[in-house]
Design a protein around this ligand. Structure first.
Ligand SMILES: Cc1cc2nc3c(=O)[nH]c(=O)nc-3n(C[C@H](O)[C@H](O)[C@H](O)COP(=O)(O)OP(=O)(O)OC[C@H]3O[C@@H](n4cnc5c(N)ncnc54)[C@H](O)[C@@H]3O)c2cc1C
Length: 423
């Protein structure tokens, strides 16, 4: 079998890329090992993620699923104190003014299947199978993959490019095509989560900002927190994130651990749980913070989680993934048209762009975790407020970032200087 781009993985990165490539007239085949719908973590969208979904032409399709509407994110501090709320807002193209731009919460099993179905409807070929090995031409450039179907049949797809959209499986890194996976700052964390019904959502008037289907984050202490994300009329996703060692030392099974933590982590969460019923097994996700060097080059490119994931607390993952799909499709089109033929790495500019967005987000996350009190002061400060709203919405891909980023960087530098002097 032959195509222009073989895409390993049919999650949002894989399907988003296939749809974006089709707009350039580039043919692709998606190889996905799981049967959809399949459970997946990652349900809350940023404002710009919602805009990416609209840009893919999927707004009408989204309407059919009646996904909950998110107007903002509430973060409760330890014991429910020091909370802050960040509304979901867009920027007007002409005046650059902020405006309310609600987004969606999604049940990922439905959402990911919807995207894959859209691809099938658009005539994009999808194959159920696991990518096994990377094929290379005489110059050592990737030119396809081999795969195995659930029935045990072996196959081969030859292509001009291999796109790795395998998420945390990091297929091309495992095969030695990219650099080796490097652990991120939050690599020793473990998320345990499930879906619940009968959870008390915020009521009108309960808080001047909080809306019924907003994302709520419950902070307990460094690296110890929980999320509450409504995913449809009935169900709410709740997850608890702690150091993996803390879970191991509890000697509890995941379900017991999750239920106990939910009740004890933060009173703002506990008060919503009377009568709540767990309708899914408890699932877990570990070692999710990493970065892969040299993740694109002649004949190959990685997207979304297949090359970097920092930390889930501010729900930026899907947004990064969908931005990268659009940009990668442009870069692949240039590569195929021979525009960057004289460059050692035809995807250098694309990689810089993607890393820029994630580096800006990394500052936000690092300061939140290292200096939560200072973070909560900065985010309430009128000088920085709009910049935080931009970053939470996902407007991170800027060389001239909002004033809060240099301020947070200065804070990091001052504290490390003080620590050096003290040492
Ligand atoms: C605890 C946690 C909470 C999160 N919460 C949020 C959130 O609220 N909002 C948000 O935006 N993001 C969140 N994220 C991040 C988000 O889930 C990811 O960024 C997003 O799913 C990335 O999409 P993807 O397509 O790159 O990977 P995936 O969605 O993981 O898709 C990869 C696909 O590749 C397939 N695959 C893998 N290997 C192979 C192979 N060899 N052959 C064929 N198929 C293969 C897999 O079956 C899978 O379907 C969270 C992440 C974590 C860890």
């Amino acid at each position: 079998m032959k195509t222009q781009v073989v895409i390993v993985g049919g999650g949002p990165a894989g399907t988003g890329l296939a749809i974006s490539l089709q707009k350039h007239g580039i043919e692709s085949i998606i190889l996905e090992k799981e049967s959809f719908p399949r459970l997946h973590v990652g349900e809350s969208m940023t404002g710009e993620c919602g805009a990416s979904v609209r840009a893919l032409g999927l707004e009408e399709e989204m309407g059919k699923y009646k996904y909950p509407i998110k107007y903002g994110t509430m973060v409760y501090g330890t014991d429910g104190r020091n909370s802050f709320y960040v509304p979901v807002m867009g920027r007007k193209k002409d005046t650059n003014e902020l405006f309310a731009q609600p987004t969606w919460q999604v049940r990922r099993s439905d959402f990911d299947k919807m995207l894959l179905d859209v691809c099938v409807d658009k005539g994009i070929k999808t194959i159920k199978g696991t990518a096994l090995e990377v094929l290379k031409n005489e110059q050592g450039v990737p030119c396809g993959v081999t795969y195995k179907t659930p029935e045990g049949e072996m196959g081969e797809i030859r292509a001009d490019m291999v796109a790795d959209a395998s998420g945390q499986h990091t297929f091309l890194s495992n095969k030695g095509v990219t650099g080796k996976r490097m652990m991120g700052k939050y690599a020793k964390q473990l998320a345990i989560y499930s879906h619940f019904k009968n959870v008390k959502r915020p009521e009108v008037g309960e808080d001047p900002n909080l809306k019924t289907d907003d994302t709520i984050i419950f902070y307990q202490k460094r690296n110890h927190w929980a999320w509450m994300i409504p995913i449809n009329d009935e169900l709410v996703s709740i997850g608890v994130v702690t150091p993996a060692e803390y879970f191991r030392s509890s000697r509890e099974d995941m379900k017991t651990f999750l239920k106990r933590e939910m009740m004890s982590l933060n009173p703002e969460l506990a008060k919503r749980l009377e009568g709540a019923e767990m309708v899914e097994d408890a699932h877990s996700c570990a070692n999710y913070s990493y970065q892969i060097p040299d993740w694109a080059g002649p004949g190959f490119i990685c997207l979304g989680d297949a090359h970097r994931f920092v930390d889930p607390i501010f729900s930026l993952g899907l947004h990064f993934t969908l931005v990268e799909c659009r940009k990668a499709a442009d870069a692949i089109a240039d590569y195929m048209n021979g525009k960057c033929a004289d460059m050692a790495n035809p995807f250098e500019e694309h990689m810089k762009f993607c890393e820029l967005g994630m580096d800006n987000a990394q500052v936000l996350l690092d300061v939140f975790w290292a200096y939560p009190f200072a973070f909560s002061l900065y985010i309430r400060d009128a000088k920085y407020r709009d910049g935080f709203i931009d970053l939470f919405a996902g407007r991170c891909y800027v060389t001239d970032p909002p004033a809060c980023i240099p301020a947070l960087r200065r804070l990091q530098a001052e504290v490390s200087n003080d620590e050096a002097v003290a040492a």
